[in-house]
Design a binder for this molecule. Structure first.
Ligand SMILES: C[S@@+](CC[C@H](N)C(=O)[O-])C[C@H]1O[C@@H](n2cnc3c(N)ncnc32)[C@H](O)[C@@H]1O
Length: 337
């Protein structure tokens, strides 16, 4: 691959790219995006009045959304661009609104990235309490995981080779979209979602949308301290390892392997890092996201993930490729002899 030849305008675009992100975040945070998605075209005055926003500022934001091709303008009226209606309607099954809100929550820590690179430590960002007593960002986080998983999970059960009558553990499954979707696609699969107690309300919220939601069990626990139950035919560990340093990953993979039946399979989904020939910038950028937000989390290479599996006694470890075509997430599998 020949190196990119940078032009001044390319560098300027990248340096100021966060302006566009912040405009999208503001459109979602103020409710403007949802308002246009649900009510259809509206003038700046109509939107500002309905949402209690400043009129001049609302017009400026709408003009920016138009310039970014997120909105269309006809006369004084603004409408969302094609394809955005479902994505920006908060309770639509295809919504990514909470992913946008979670990204907005991450902005202050990303602004301090240089400090983390100097110190090697995460950014010290006090958690803001929300109305219901839990951290304000928690709902955005779990629902963002849900929004992303809803795009990734459908159709995956067949690729994982899940079969009727098997027992599956969705380890640190958060809102449980994977376990719930796998159960929906595999008759009489007995699925358990394990996560911290704080994830449980988001699991129940999601389970209500799934035909077999009532049959999937939520097991509240801390994977560092508590048993995982089992034995299972399949353990699915999606987007969990990157939150931990290598030592904790080793322990967690060993615990998952111990919870498997002989012949069982461990599937890991991660943003797999390829420092030599990155196919996508996301895994390396996600690693920085872990630098600023966790003590020692990071993205891992396929070799490192296979190393954790081999140390846990698993065999046949291999990178299985991207979860979906073009996706920055990929699957790694290992078998219990
Ligand atoms: C990035 S989310 C991934 C959620 C889900 N597996 C997915 O792919 O959408 C990481 C999950 O790990 C869970 N988690 C973190 N530490 C944990 C612990 N010590 N015990 C159990 N779950 C934990 C979080 O609550 C969260 O649901």
């Amino acid at each position: 691959m020949s190196p990119k030849q940078w032009k001044p305008e390319d560098l300027s675009r990248l340096a100021s790219g966060f302006w566009a992100s912040a405009a999208l975040h503001a459109a979602v945070r103020t409710g403007l995006a949802a308002h246009l998605a649900q009510k259809g075209p509206a003038t700046a005055k109509q939107s500002a009045t309905a949402l209690g926003l400043d009129l001049r500022a609302t017009r400026m934001l709408l003009d920016a959304l138009h310039a970014l091709e997120l909105a269309m303008k006809q006369g004084d009226s603004y409408a969302l661009a094609p394809g955005l209606e479902a994505l920006l309607t908060p309770d639509d099954a295809h919504s990514l609104s909470n992913m946008v809100l979670h990204m907005a929550d991450l902005m202050p820590a990303w602004a301090e990235l240089a400090g983390s690179v100097q110190s090697g430590k995460p950014v010290d960002m006090p958690e803001e309490p929300g109305d219901n007593g839990e951290p304000a960002g928690r709902g955005h986080f779990y629902r963002a995981m849900r929004d992303i998983a809803r795009q990734q999970a459908p159709g995956l059960a067949a690729r994982l080779g899940l079969a009727s009558g098997q027992r599956l553990l969705d380890l640190a499954g958060g809102p449980g979209v994977y376990g719930l979707t796998f159960a929906g696609e595999t008759p009489s699969l007995a699925a358990t979602v394990f996560d911290l107690p704080g994830a449980q309300p988001y699991f129940h919220e999601e389970a209500a949308n799934h035909p077999r939601g009532g049959e999937v069990r939520f097991m509240a626990g801390d994977y560092q301290k508590d048993g995982l139950g089992g034995p299972y035919d399949v353990v699915w560990v999606s987007q969990v390892l990157h939150g931990e340093g290598p030592g904790e990953c080793r322990k967690l993979v060993a615990k998952a392997a111990a919870a498997l039946k002989p012949g069982g399979v461990l599937w890991v989904q991660e943003f797999v890092l390829d420092p030599e020939e990155p196919k996508h910038p996301w895994p390396a950028l996600f690693s920085l996201n872990m630098l600023i937000n966790t003590e020692d989390g990071q993205s891992y290479t396929a070799q490192e993930i296979c190393g954790f599996m081999q140390e846990a006694g698993l065999t046949g470890c291999a990178l299985d490729g991207p979860t979906r075509e073009g996706s920055p997430a990929a699957l790694v599998k290992g078998f219990k002899p």
